[in-house]
Design a protein around this ligand. Structure first.
Ligand code: URA
Length: 236
């Protein structure tokens, strides 16, 4: 297991420059494994050290994935044009880690969003080759008909692309709501699929990525680190 000095560990965790981290350690603001540490050169395992700083406590991780219950009105971009970035919902140490959104949700879409600095995981979840299912609860402007659901399953052609896109599942929930599963991630895909069958999306909520569902106790706007057990659900 790799071992690093505390000042490097804090820097890698997003707390700031090495100099800033050294200052906080020497000022007595940092504890490791519940013990105050004032020597910036003391070494600790890069992964699994219990860090305390600024009333926050967390285990260090080389690769970090955060699960966010995305609210409407925030953009999946570091340089958003019209709305605040989703990163604003995270504490500064996580914003400074350079976490990337795993795929994008529109600013008005709510629900499960992953942010990660694990490039391999990001690729595995977003590459079209891997066909990871994404489950959405879709609310529509007009009543859903059996033909609309059948067309979604049979495949629809979007305006800018001759290749049809298919829903893996399209289950009605009520007259104006369906649960839609897609395995690709094209631009505005769900909204364009519903438009292609003559309807319109008025609300969109992502419930799951693969077998990982949005935890019911994670309130809108809240985040949590992905546990090892939740991580294993993504691999299935
Ligand atoms: N499809 C959309 O149209 N929007 C999203 O945010 C996600 C999927």
């Amino acid at each position: 297991m790799s071992v690093v000095t505390l000042e490097r560990l804090l820097q890698a965790e997003g707390l700031g420059s090495r100099r800033e981290c050294r200052g906080w350690i020497m000022a007595g603001a940092v504890s490791v494994n519940q013990q105050p540490v004032t020597d910036p050169q003391q070494t600790f395992p890069r992964d699994g050290s219990l860090l305390s700083f600024n009333d926050e406590q967390w285990f260090s991780q080389t690769k970090l994935t955060v699960l966010l219950h995305k609210p409407a009105g925030v953009e999946c971009s570091h340089n958003p044009s019209h709305h605040p970035p989703v990163h604003q919902l995270l504490p500064i140490r996580l914003r400074q880690r350079g976490l990337q959104c795993v795929g994008r949700l529109d600013q008005d879409t709510t629900g499960l969003l992953l942010l990660t600095d694990d490039g391999a995981l990001n690729h595995a979840l977003t590459s079209p080759k891997h066909h990871i299912p994404k489950t959405y609860l879709v609310t529509t402007a007009h009543a859903l008909t059996p033909k609309m659901l059948a067309d979604l399953l049979a495949g629809v052609v979007l305006r800018d692309d001759p290749h049809p896109v298919f829903a893996q599942a399209a289950e009605p929930v009520d007259s104006h709501q369906l649960r839609l599963v897609i395995t690709e991630g094209r631009y505005h895909q769900v909204k364009r699929m519903l438009a292609a069958v003559g309807n319109r999306v008025v609300a969109l909520h992502r419930e799951a990525i693969g077998a990982l569902t949005l935890p019911p106790d994670l309130a809108c706007g809240q985040w949590a680190t992905l546990s090892a057990q939740q991580h294993s659900l993504l691999a299935n």
